[in-house]
Design a protein around this ligand. Structure first.
Ligand code: SF4
Length: 331
């Protein structure tokens, strides 16, 4: 059998064809002394097929907490004893968050709501919020509102929503272990409608939910089949009060192996380092990820002004000579 990294160099780096499930699994099983070679190759693949630009994105929560679903990792579920209460954001604060995000040079501003799917109240809030942001800020607007109907997909397109985030969270085979109130297939169906609508698809998940390494490879292959524009890769940050609150974070080397493997499965996607990077990888996380296949970061946070994390990340991008993707290039 050829060495998996030799195979990936030819197939992924030269040919632009991502690794299949077996190939991803082989990368996830690489011994520690091959990890830096895997990250280096993933970085070359990212530079070759995506370029040096980094997409910077801000996120704001329009409705926080009190979600009726039972995703076992999520502190926003209203079914667990997690300390997140249901809170709605007002429109002026939403616009302020968009302004702060745009100031970083970010191209995307994602409006998120902790819901199973939107109801009429949420759609009304979204309509008003999008109009208010457009009146004052030049930025692409993305949304993450859970499971959609076709009519809601159509309305988001009318509103000019540029990208829709809906995570599959984990592999199809493992999903029923972490969510029982809706199915993986319901999520997939929303993603299928979003894709067909012409909106960009943003879909990722969480590593470290208790899935096996085989299921991690299965998940990468399922994402590659969906071929999303962007994949946010989270690492479990165990939240007190949730069913997964006592799990240990992913071992740093396993997290880095996952970053390399997901990049080698999806050479052209925007691979975004999302939640859990600090707890999983410490201060070195952003740098290692950005030199191992990651090409998007989230900056700032709702109602925190441009804090240290945003300016630190932007300084790091400058140091690594990775320009922030310009808005004009995305519209
Ligand atoms: S649907 Fe979203 S907000 Fe609700 S519990 Fe699941 S992950 Fe959390």
């Amino acid at each position: 059998m050829p060495d998996i990294l030799d195979q990936a160099r030819t197939q992924v780096l030269d040919g632009g064809v991502g690794l299949d499930e077996a190939g991803v699994l082989a990368v996830l099983r690489l011994p520690d002394d091959r990890l830096s070679a895997a990250l280096q190759l993933a970085h070359e693949v990212r530079m070759r097929w995506c370029g040096p630009e980094v997409e910077v994105e801000g996120i704001v929560s329009l409705k926080t907490g009190g979600c009726p679903e039972d995703c076992h990792f999520c502190s926003q579920s209203g079914l667990f004893a997690s300390p997140v209460r249901s809170v709605w954001l007002d429109i002026p604060s939403l616009v302020e968050a968009a302004k702060q995000t745009a100031k970083t040079g970010a191209t995307e501003f994602c409006i998120v709501a902790a819901v199973r799917g939107p109801d009429e109240r949420l759609m009304r809030q979204l309509r008003e919020g999008v109009a208010a942001i457009r009146a004052e800020v030049e930025i692409n607007i993305a949304a993450s509102l859970g499971i959609l109907t076709q009519a809601q997909v159509d309305e988001l397109v009318e509103l000019g929503i540029h990208r829709y985030n809906h995570n599959l969270e984990t592999s199809r085979s493992y999903f029923p272990n972490v969510v029982t109130t809706h199915s993986w297939e319901e999520r997939w169906e929303t993603l299928r409608m979003v894709r067909a609508s012409g909106m960009e698809v943003c879909c990722g998940g969480i590593i470290g939910l208790g899935e096996t390494v085989e299921q991690r490879a299965e998940f990468a292959a399922q994402l590659a089949e969906l071929d999303p524009h962007e994949v946010p890769l989270n690492f479990l940050n165990p939240r007190p009060g949730t069913p997964l609150g006592d799990r240990s974070p992913v071992a740093p080397r396993d997290a880095l192996r996952a970053i390399a493997a997901f990049r080698l499965a999806m050479p052209r996607t925007i691979l975004r380092y999302a939640g859990g990077r600090e707890i999983t990888l410490g201060d070195l996380g952003t740098r290692d990820g950005l030199l191992g296949g990651i090409n998007a970061v989230i900056v700032g946070n709702y109602l925190t002004t441009l804090g240290r994390p945003a300016s630190e990340d932007l300084a790091l991008l400058a140091e690594l000579k990775m320009p922030v993707k310009a808005l004009s290039a995305t519209i």
